[in-house]
Write a protein that binds this ligand. Sequence first.
Ligand SMILES: Cc1cc2nc3c(=O)[nH]c(=O)nc-3n(C[C@H](O)[C@H](O)[C@H](O)COP(=O)(O)O)c2cc1C
Length: 360
Amino acid sequence: MSLIEYKGFGGVPLAADMLGDENDPAVLLVPEVGQGRTAWREVAEALVLSGRRVVNLDLRGDRELAPHIEDLRAVLAQMGSRPVVVAAGRGSWIATRALGLDGAHLAAGLVLVDMPVDEDAVESGVAARLALPTLVVRGGFSPAQDSAASEAFNAALPFGESADINECDLELASDRKEALLGQLLEFLERRQPREAMEFKAGSDPRTLRDAMGCFATGITIVTALDAAGTPVGLTANSFTSVSLDPPLLLVCIANTAGTAPVLRGAAHFGVNVLQIGQQPASNRFAARGEDRFANQPWAPGQTGVPLLGGSLVSFECQRESLHEAGDHFILVGRVVRAQFEPHRDPLLYFRGKYRRLHFA
Ligand SMILES: Cc1cc2nc3c(=O)[nH]c(=O)nc-3n(C[C@H](O)[C@H](O)[C@H](O)COP(=O)(O)O)c2cc1C
């Protein structure tokens, strides 16, 4: 995240957090008047994880709407691409007026979250001039008794759609924030689609890796003993459960891995599924030149294979079969024993980054 400064109306400096990859489609977050950009922070981080570039803007400390409207137009003109503007509370009033003239030139879409009733926008014709995809998310400031006025606003929008999230405001309980995020992401995917990536047979392996990385996995450390009885192991996320009867699992090991010869010849091996606290172990068992077992608690299983203490689950396997598969080999193991602690949270891996579970 980096802090940047835009020039608002009359040269007034406006601070903003910039998050995410500059090549991703942009979203501009506008807070409720009187609230700073911290109000949007969690939403901003979640949007980045969904492949969006986010500019999280601070408004000037002014109660009048007019300077804010000019500020927003100035910021949009300084942005390199047309963002989707997502505004909260009275920030929505500002955004509708800033975009009610030539909005489609400045922004790719507009999301109004929890906008207080805005009869003036209907009467003045501002709503009717919002010629860009607009999502109205109703919440705590736009309760049921104002529904007629809200309906009039929605009806005036040329490209409008609406969603209802009861009592949604930016002080949301986390389940409400999830509901808002769900609506937001669905709108962004439809109205501001990301450019699809493509891999074709014969093109670069990096793109294929990125495509494969779209499959979220857990992480394991595969272990065995070498001929001298020394423990070896490597980090692997290519783990799959294969069969219940007989109990089989598999991992795919690169032929170039230093541990490959040991794993190819091992009669037994272990697969340790990592929990959230074992990220350092995952790094260590993927890095070259590390003494991987130096600070790693482990104990031999009943077949002697090293099992890592504190894992979510440790499978002890007898080698069932081995299949050559391109630059990897598939090691299939028959589970002889599994020790697990299901109350722990898993360490996850997705698009080249560690992740953690997040329950909606
Ligand atoms: C998250 C993650 C998942 C990985 N999954 C695999 C895998 O499934 N198979 C594999 O051969 N290497 C995998 N690797 C790479 C190995 O851990 C890495 O190349 C390691 O240095 C190999 O160690 P070695 O050469 O000592 O055997 C993975 C690495 C990371 C960080």
